[in-house]
Design a protein around this ligand. Structure first.
Ligand code: SF4
Ligand code: SF4
Length: 367
């Protein structure tokens, strides 16, 4: 791995340079909460953010996008629509980079999805280390760190003094000030990333002491998790396959609202619906796709009003299995990256770690 040292001042000039060439999306604060948004100036970015409500998936797989436009009449035509611009996703956490790697596999699976692929090719990813909150459990699903899938990755160096520089396990956003970093060690992931860094800012060689700090920060971060899955990630598919008839599904199904928020915030949920919008003249229109959600009642409804997953318990079981069992065989990895967003957003506090641990406990009793 190659690293360069980048000062706090250097990161500001880096962003300013990138903004001249690219649309840049990164963590900003709105009403006191972190979310991903377009960056207009380097001052907008809030790099030391707590996990965002929505993931950066929206910039690769938008909630709604036109796929084709059509015209009828004397000369009928169909025109495919692929909107892909050069863009940078800046300040992306390791779990979300893992999620993007999973989406890459999904959307390149035959037949590959041209809209996603084109957008992905034009996307530069700059990752950054983060601090877990009480919902994060990436450590338990092996996504706490990432070694590929980014162009550059920023490892903040913590200043040796100053109150705001301490990693705070309370995880209140107000405690994560911009002063937390004394500069960054930039891990070079691709040649493209290296060239952008060279073009837009000044860096220097790193010292052995600085490189050691990356491991130290990783160890400190590992101690901050308050929730964890009580089994090895590799055992989860088997535990889930043995839990099909668990009473847990009916129990959580009784309190679930079926709102689909957990689907919407998940960085690895990728289901969509395709719809047509025909203009009143009936001669032209567009075909578009919108995110869909397997927790919604109509998701599995088919002709004749039949529904494969009538109850909320059945729908929750389906979603959880998509994360820990069904997708593993097909794409070779757990489809939960431990970001905690579904638990963070759920109005009735259905927590994916607690549910999984209940299933693990039941499984242990059975064996
Ligand atoms: S967010 Fe919670 S209440 Fe809404 S569908 Fe998901 S599990 Fe059910
Ligand atoms: S299932 Fe929940 S915790 Fe896992 S990746 Fe999706 S939103 Fe994150």
């Amino acid at each position: 791995m190659e690293y360069r040292f980048l000062s706090k001042k250097g990161i500001a000039s880096f962003l300013t340079g990138l903004l001249k060439e690219f649309k840049v999306y990164g963590p900003i604060k709105k009403d006191g909460f972190p979310l991903y948004g377009e960056i207009a100036s380097e001052k907008d970015i809030n790099l030391f953010h707590t996990p965002t409500h929505l993931s950066p998936k929206q910039y690769l797989f938008p909630p709604k996008e036109t796929l084709l436009k059509f015209k009828n009449g004397e000369t009928p035509s169909i025109e495919s629509v692929v909107e892909a611009n050069d863009q940078i996703l800046f300040g992306i956490h390791a779990c979300d980079i893992h999620a993007i790697r999973l989406l890459d596999r999904v959307f390149s699976y035959r037949p590959s999805d041209i809209n996603y692929i084109k957008r992905r090719e034009k996307t530069v990813i700059v990752g950054i280390d983060c601090i877990p909150d009480k919902y994060c459990f990436c450590k338990g699903v092996n996504t706490m760190t990432v070694d590929s899938g980014f162009d550059l990755f920023l490892h903040p160096l913590i200043s040796p003094n100053g109150k705001s520089n301490r990693i705070n396990s309370d995880r209140k956003p107000a405690n994560l000030g911009q002063d937390m970093s004394a500069g960054f060690l930039v891990e070079i992931g691709t040649q493209r990333g290296k060239e952008l860094l060279r073009k837009h800012t000044k860096t220097r060689k790193t010292t052995v002491k600085e490189i050691r700090k990356i491991a130290e920060s990783k160890n400190k971060k590992a101690e901050l998790f308050t929730k964890s899955i009580n089994a090895e990630p590799s055992s989860l598919p088997l535990i889930y396959s043995g839990s099909y008839n668990s009473p847990v599904w009916e129990k959580i199904g009784k309190i679930c609202y079926g709102c689909g928020s957990c689907n919407n915030v998940c960085p690895t949920c990728y289901c969509f619906d395709v719809r047509d919008n025909i203009q009143a003249n009936l001669t032209e229109g567009e075909r578009y796709r919108v995110w869909d959600a397997c927790l919604l009642e109509d998701f599995a409804k088919v002709a004749g009003g039949h529904n494969f997953r009538k109850t909320r318990g059945e729908r929750l079981r389906h979603r959880f299995n998509r994360k820990f069992q069904y997708q593993v065989d097909k794409f070779g990895g757990l489809f939960c990256v431990g970001c905690g967003r579904c638990s963070r957003t759920c109005l009735v506090n259905i927590n994916i770690v607690e549910v999984t641990n209940e299933l693990i406990e039941e499984s242990n009793k059975r064996s």
